[in-house]
Structure formats: C-alpha cells, structure tokens
Design a protein around this ligand. Structure first.
Ligand code: GLY
Ligand code: MN
Ligand code: MN
Length: 440
C-alpha cells in the first residue's frame, strides 16, 4: 500500500514543481461541548496522499520526500482513548521520512513558499503557522485535481468494496420497507448494514416519501399506501471512499400505473445516459441525452407540449428535472467540491446560468478512470412548476393524474473504462419487475 501513497505524492510534487505542499488533516469538531465530538474524518486531500485518517496532522510533501508533523498525545490520552501509535511508527506507516512535533512546522524551510489548502476545522492554526490567512492556491488545487480526477487501482478496489456494502444496505432497506411504518425504520435497516460493515454513511441519508425535496433529511413521515419511497444512501469505507446510490420504489411493493409510467421514463433516461459513457464523451452531452429521453417520455404521456428537442433547447425539461445528471465520485460524494468547480469544470469553462444547466456539477470530457454518478429524476416541486417559463408547455390536467408521483430519482455509479462504462452498482435491483420481486 505504501507504494500507492508514495506514488500519489510523487506525482503531486512533480506537478507543483519546486514549492513544498502542506496538507492539514483537520481536527475533531465538538457537537455541543469540546469533549463530545463528531467522529473524526480527515480532509480528503490529506487522506488521498497520506492513506490514513490521522487527526491534527500536517503532511509536508516535496519532490525529495514527505515529512509528517504530528504531536504524540499526552500519557493521559490512553485512559480515555486507548494507546496511540508513536510518531516514528506513523511516519513509517505513511512512508514519510520523519515525524516531528507540530511546533517544528514554523521552522520548516521554505514555509513562506509552501502551497496549501484551507481546512475549515483548523483555519486558526493554519493562519498562525503560515502567518497569513490560508488561501486555496490555484496551482496546488489544479495539481490535486489532476491527481484525483481519475482513480488508481487501489482507489477502485476500495470503491468496489464501498459499492458492495451500499448495495447490501439498499437491499436490506427494500426488504424492510413493506414491514415498516416510517421512513426512519427503513433508514435504520439500511444504515444498520452500513454500520455492521464498519463503514459510515458517505453523506446524510435521504430516505423519504417526499422525493421532491431533493436532499430531505426528515425521517419521521409515515409510510402510507400509495407512497413512493426515495432512498439515496451511500456507504463510506474506513479508507474514506464513497458510494452514492438512489432507488425509488412503492412502499407497498406495487407500482401504480402512473408511478410505472414515470418510473419507466426516468429509467430509460438513466440507461440512455449510462450507454453514452466512454472516454472523450462530453459529460454535458450525457446530461442532455438524459434530458432528451425524459422530455420525449413526458411529451408522449401528454404532460409536456411541444417538440422534445426544442423543449430541451429551451430548458423546459428543468420543470421536472431541475438538477444535473450527476457528478464526480471518489473520496467525497461530490468529489473535490471543496475546490468549487475546479474539478468538475474543464479549464476555461464556467457554469451556465440557464435553468437546465445551472446545477450541472460536471462539465468535462470523460476520461478512463473517472467515476461519475448518473442520476436523472422527475420531481413535482410547486415553486419550480409555478415559474412562468414553463406555463405554456405543461398540461396541468394530465399532471393531475400524477399526484402519486412526487419525486423519483434513479442513481448509479459508473466507472469510465478505456472502452465504455462499468456500472459499479449494477447488482442492485432497478427495473420495476426486479424491485417488485424484492419488495414482498
Ligand atoms: N446524494 C447526493 C447526490 O446524489 O448528489
Ligand atoms: Mn449523487
Ligand atoms: Mn445520491
């Protein structure tokens, strides 16, 4: 494994040239008082280059090698938290040349030329050591993007493991649904599997009968006959790699005719988008393909009026599909989003303000080794549907027939291979027949 972290650091050092790179791992955050904290999770940039989620550490990376700055905890630490490794052992574990106390960081040669990334939990410390407010250095950010944009073999092995846990968790949720009374009970069945695999959730789980609330974090709703349950949950393995999967299904186990009709359209949009994935294809075109298939389906059903290509060109699909078709996935569920759009958007590209494109998080040609999500959806969000832009195109009478379809999203994670796409989450039921077979 050591070779993996060393190869990653070597690549980074080559990319940034002659400036040292200082990467902070971050500190625990208190929930309500200092000794009662949220679980620690290192900054993904640190994690990527260190391979270890080590608290309060700084990695100094140079072409000649890496030094770890970290303070061994006081003897009293062991009583509450158990034994802690020695600095030298940690340095060896990371493949660093040495471990020095953090107080030595101020004496680090070329500190004034060091490139770094602000880490919210230790901004004060960064400022104190650097003597200035830490700023995102664009040269470092772009070098990190170049390293993390495509996944190496070790990362893919971890992502496959994360996908496996996620699929087992979703399956447990499906099996529990017909016997559950609330969203919280289904969430418990899902997260129980994730926890039992010694994993955490990669983001706050969405388990809701209000699928039109895109990132709902309410779990108290009852499961009523006729409801669709939208489940967007992903595991994070101990090494930090994430999965991001959504399935939507009826709580009773049987889709109504209207739910079937819309589900099929979203599924066809998702499959058409996945089928486009291969190196060189523009991700925005994958998004537009999903928009087109979705719009065509809605026109065929009589929900939207007009020519599908014209409707997409005018962004009318965003009445029902307001977000982008997906994003990069890696150590972060929206990988490297802490760098703004530097990772998601190719150099020179900026976000469109158009309704159908403004939430597109990825706008680059695909490259082999990238992992992306594909997650089209259909939602009835009153504040969006009331926008004057859409009024001439919506058949309200027809839409009235879709009262039991408030929100559907179908999301899988796809590895871009040299010749196409490999769906890492393929084994999880997704067709209506497969879902109904599990939901008994
Ligand atoms: N789970 C958040 C997303 O799908 O982007
Ligand atoms: Mn996603
Ligand atoms: Mn998701």
């Amino acid at each position: 494994m050591l070779g993996v972290w060393q190869a990653r650091r070597h690549k980074l050092a080559q990319l940034v040239g002659d400036s040292p790179v200082l990467l902070w791992s971050g500190a625990r955050q208190p929930r309500n008082f200092p000794a009662n904290t949220y679980p620690f999770r290192a900054s993904s940039h640190f994690l990527y280059f260190a391979g270890l989620s080590l608290e309060n550490a700084v990695l100094a990376i140079e072409p000649g090698g890496t030094i770890l700055f970290w303070d061994e905890p006081p003897p009293s630490y062991a009583l509450w938290h158990g034994d802690s490794p020695q600095g030298e052992a940690l340095a060896a574990c990371l493949g660093a040349a040495a471990c020095y106390p953090k107080s030595k960081l101020k004496e680090y040669p070329s500190l004034n030329r060091a490139l770094t990334i602000p880490v919210p939990s230790v901004l004060g410390e960064q400022r104190e050591i650097l003597g200035t407010v830490p700023q995102l250095d664009p040269r470092l950010a772009l070098a990190i993007v170049e390293c993390r944009l495509t996944q190496d073999e070790w990362a893919l092995q971890e992502m496959r493991r994360s996908a496996k846990v996620t699929m087992a968790a979703h399956l447990a949720g499906m099996e529990a649904t017909p016997r559950s009374q609330t969203c919280a009970q289904v969430r418990g069945a899902i997260e129980g599997v994730i926890i039992a695999h010694d994993c955490t959730t990669a983001y706050n789980s969405i388990v809701t009968t209000q699928g039109q609330v895109l990132h709902s974090e309410t779990y108290s709703h009852p499961l009523n006959p006729g409801d669709l349950l939208l489940v967007d949950v992903g595991a994070e393995v101990p090494s930090g790699w994430a999965t991001d999967v959504t399935r939507t299904y009826p709580v009773t186990g049987k889709f109504s005719p209207s739910q079937k009709a819309i589900y099929e359209i979203v599924l066809q949009a998702q499959l058409a988008a996945i089928a486009m994935i291969r190196p060189g294809v523009e991700y925005q075109d994958v998004h537009l393909q999903a928009c087109h298939v979705l719009t065509e389906g809605l026109v065929d059903l009589g929900i939207l009026r007009g020519n599908p290509a014209d409707l997409v060109a005018e962004h009318i699909h965003s009445a029902f599909f307001p977000h982008g078709v997906g994003h990069l996935l890696g150590l972060d569920v929206h990988d490297m989003e802490d760098l703004g759009d530097l990772a998601g958007y190719a150099p020179g590209r900026t976000r469109s303000t158009a309704p159908g494109l403004k939430y597109l998080r990825l706008h680059r040609p695909l490259q082999a080794g990238m992992v992306v999500t594909i997650e089209p959806g259909f939602y009835q969000v009153p504040s969006i549907l009331s926008d004057p832009l859409y009024q001439p195109f919506i058949n309200w009478e027809k839409l009235e027939e879709l009262r039991d379809v408030q929100g559907i999203r179908i999301e899988d994670d796809v590895l871009v291979t040299p010749t196409g796409g490999e769906v890492l989450t393929q084994a999880l039921p997704k067709t209506i027949a497969d879902l109904e077979a599990v939901l008994v």
